[in-house]
Design a binder for this molecule. Structure first.
Ligand SMILES: Nc1ncnc2c1ncn2[C@@H]1O[C@H](COP(=O)(O)OP(=O)(O)O)[C@@H](O)[C@H]1O
Ligand SMILES: [Mg+2]
Length: 601
């Protein structure tokens, strides 16, 4: 168990790359500032401090008295941290809680070397630019900077504000950060290393209040994140297995050989996150290890198939599919795609993302990039060639192609006409061009268009889909819009628009689901009853975590030899909190599948 207080620096710097300044401060506190230079020259940092012997200090030229004082101070530093005497108001139940948190450690590479060749003022500027860059990136992704430690930064994702995709946010932030730090214009070229791990921690004001208050966390996770940071190559992001499980295949990962890490039991699997993956969709990426077989939803699927038949006959249709998070909207949509897989048709899948609610036409840009087959390492020219091939299939005019090239932020290489348009005209013409694309495709083959998670749509996408809804009655096309109840689609009530709300599954289906995901392991009746009492899959959203955890633990204890896993914080033994920003209260199928699915565990 790692207590994240006084020993923080030991964990933050397993490579000895930082803490020059902190060592100097520590020496100052001991009244031994005169040795700061000697310690820096000999690259003594907090990670090697506990190993210093009397002989080492003698070799460094310290007199006996100072050696003894220093050895005592080192012993005190390394001894377990004893918490301050409990003070009721400080240790109140309200300030510390168990949470699933993704912890990130970032560290500036080579700061010891920088400190020896740089003027202290310049060094301070460099470190402050670095910290500012890290903080800005982290905040953009919804993370929380908990502490600056020398030139390291400790960050939490999932506390104090929880999001359903904190692990993904952390990895994205890490990748951006390594780039942003490299691009910083300072006195020296900078690089960073990032370590990320996810786990249950106790978090909150554990230490004190007022000026000394720290958002400290206790648990193995921060230690692991720090150690992973220590094995990361410069400019790379290393993630723990626990984080990898939550991000699925959303990133291209390099499997690092299992490592033995100081302070962590057993060999540890670690992964270097390289870039966001170009996997076709968020849904597939997160469910790549096998979608659970569809349970129930026969009527809903039948309705979708009927609308599809109508659409194919030339009476275009829209289905508005709403429901709580985790209730099965994406699963049902995937079931329709499976059913029609053998028929000739064109799929256009548009996925909104919680991180891109202000990014104009983000879902459409992603759809076109995937359809064209863009790869991360393609040159602009290669991308334009691919785009040309895609647009040829819908006989796109050069004028429209020029608009789409701009929409994709590709530099035109002279193969498209130059458009003299005001920004407003450009926007309108781009939306028109996109509707023309759908219409052109629908003339060749029926189009099955999906607009996933419209509650996260940017305003321009909403306008685009409004235009598509207007146009659809005359097309061979079915548009399915999925969204959560908080979104109010403006298209309800039209003759070609069907609203379908997914409700909780019935008892029979819940039982079937339990059987499938638990591999028919015998579940005690009391547990089945417990799950049913809680309302089954999808019913446990918002404020029912305690119940989820109860059932989950019971299932885990009775049926699985595998350790418990938690999905995105959905099931965790935390006290339920009001208004913590978590919008994914629980996801039965996910929790169960995660626990039992051998592909994942
Ligand atoms: N009817 C169902 N049959 C099988 N698995 C389901 C069903 N409904 C949901 N799931 C599973 O539950 C999890 C959450 O469902 P998902 O479709 O992603 O929810 P939503 O899109 O509504 O947020 C997924 O793992 C999904 O495969
Ligand atoms: Mg979904």
């Amino acid at each position: 168990m790692f207590t994240f207080t006084g020993l923080a620096n030991l964990a933050a710097d397993p490579r000895g790359g930082i803490a020059v300044r902190e060592i100097a401060e520590w020496l100052e506190k001991l009244g031994m500032s005169e040795y700061a230079k000697c310690f820096a020259e000999n690259r003594i940092d907090f990670s090697v401090l506990p190993e210093l012997t009397d002989q080492h200090l003698k070799d460094l030229g310290l007199p006996l008295g100072d050696r003894l004082k220093m050895l005592r101070a080192i012993r005190e530093l390394s001894s377990p941290v004893s918490p301050p005497p409990p003070q009721p108001e400080q240790r109140s139940q309200d300030t510390a809680e168990r949470r699933q948190v993704t912890v990130m450690f970032s560290d500036l590479v080579g700061s010891t070397a920088l400190s020896t060749r740089m003027d202290p003022e310049d060094l301070r500027e460099v470190i402050s630019a670095y910290q500012k860059c890290v903080a800005e990136t982290v905040q953009r992704f919804g993370g929380f900077v908990a502490k600056y430690m020398g030139d390291g930064v400790l960050v939490y994702f999932g506390y104090p504000q929880a999001h359903e995709n904190d692990a993904e946010r952390a990895v994205r932030a890490g990748l951006e950060m390594t780039m942003a730090v490299t691009n910083l214009k300072t006195h020296a070229a900078l690089q960073t290393r990032v370590g990320i791990a996810t786990g249950l921690v106790v978090v909150g004001d554990l230490i004190g209040s007022g000026a000394s208050q720290e958002q400290a966390i206790v648990g193995e996770t921060p230690n692991l994140a720090a150690r992973l940071q220590g094995i990361a190559e410069p400019n790379s992001v290393v993630i723990a297995e626990s984080t990898r499980k939550l991000v699925g295949n959303l990133f291209e990962l390099e499997d690092l050989v299992a490592k033995t890490l100081k302070g962590v039991e057993g060999p540890v699997r670690a992964w270097a996150a390289q870039r966001p993956s170009s996997v076709e969709s968020r849904f597939e990426a997160l469910h790549a290890s096998g979608v659970t077989e569809l349970v129930g939803r026969e009527e809903e699927l039948e309705l979708l198939l009927r609308r599809w038949s109508k659409a194919k006959s030339g009476q275009g249709q829209v289905v508005l599919l709403s429901g709580e998070p985790g209730i099965g909207k994406s699963r049902l949509t995937a079931a329709l795609l499976e059913q029609v897989a053998a028929e000739p048709h064109t799929r256009l899948r548009n996925f909104c993302s919680p991180q891109h609610t202000d990014s104009s036409l983000y879902p459409t840009i992603g759809q076109i990039e995937r359809a064209a087959g863009f790869r991360q390492d393609d040159t602009s020219e290669a991308k334009l060639d691919k785009l040309d091939r895609l647009l040829a299939q819908s006989s796109t005019s050069p004028h429209d192609a020029a608009l789409l090239v701009e929409m994709l932020s590709l530099p035109s290489d002279g193969r498209y006409p130059v458009l003299e348009l005001t920004p407003q005209q450009r926007r309108q013409k781009t939306l028109e061009a996109l509707v023309v694309q759908v219409a052109a495709l629908a003339r060749q083959n029926p189009v099955l268009m999906i607009f996933e998670d419209a509650h996260w749509a940017d305003p321009t996408s909403l306008e685009l889909f409004g235009r598509i809804v207007d146009k659809i009655p005359s097309l061979c096309a079915l548009l399915i819009v999925t969204y959560r109840p908080e979104f109010d689609p403006p298209w309800i009530g039209r003759p070609d628009v069907t609203a379908l709300t997914l409700n909780r599954l019935g008892e029979r289906e819940v039982v079937a689901m339990i059987d499938r995901v638990s591999g028919n392991k015998a579940l005690p009746e009391s547990i089945r009853q417990n799950i049913n009492d809680e309302g089954g899959i999808g019913s446990c959203c918002r404020g029912r975590r305690r119940a989820i955890h109860r059932c989950h633990s019971a299932i885990r204890n009775r049926c699985s030899s595998k350790p418990a896993r938690f999905v995105n914080g959905a099931a965790r033994p935390a006290r339920p909190r009001q208004g913590d920003g978590t919008d994914r209260g629980g996801d039965w199928a996910g929790v169960l599948a995660y626990t039992f699915d051998s592909g994942r565990a």
